[in-house]
Design a protein around this ligand. Sequence first.
Ligand code: HEM
Length: 156
Amino acid sequence: MPLSLPPLPWRSVPAAMLAALLVVAATPTLHAQPGQPPLDEAALAPYGGYRGLGMMTERFVERVTKNPRIGHFFKDVEADRLAALLTEQFCAVLGGGCRYTGKSMREAHEGMKVRQADFNALAEDLQAAMTEAGYPQWAQRRLVARLAPMQREIVE
Ligand code: HEM
């Protein structure tokens, strides 16, 4: 017997679609990106949530690329891609629930001859971007402290 479905109330279809759209739009972002685990919004709250963290990171990348001390390292780098990977990484180290999908720090910086002074210049740009974003000092210190151990993988 062919499967028969109840007739659709066609007139209500556009209304139902609109309602579904509104629900989707109003639902808080639970995933950073498709394929990413759910976010821990509480861990990211001091950073303006995932969105705030992403905006701060974009400003940070902008500073780094314009910095006369280290900008040359980034001249062939696609800023949007770097900012997206850094946002994932920052979110992950802050316990925000993201999965970092980029290269290891050793792999990403191998052969670049990044010196301690370069590292310090980048750290200053990060702090300036966080201050500009209005992050409290303790939250700034937390992110810096979680990135600091990566120095030995990056600095040659
Ligand atoms: C704690 C400090 C740092 C962190 C957390 C960090 C993180 C990252 C990340 C996540 C990537 C992307 C990796 C990928 O492409 O998969 C990257 C790439 C890169 N980093 Fe760093 N980095 C740091 C320090 C530095 C410093 C001090 C410099 C130079 C002054 C630098 C220069 C670069 C460049 C040029 C790339 C692009 C490489 C490419 O696209 O091939 N990084 N970094």
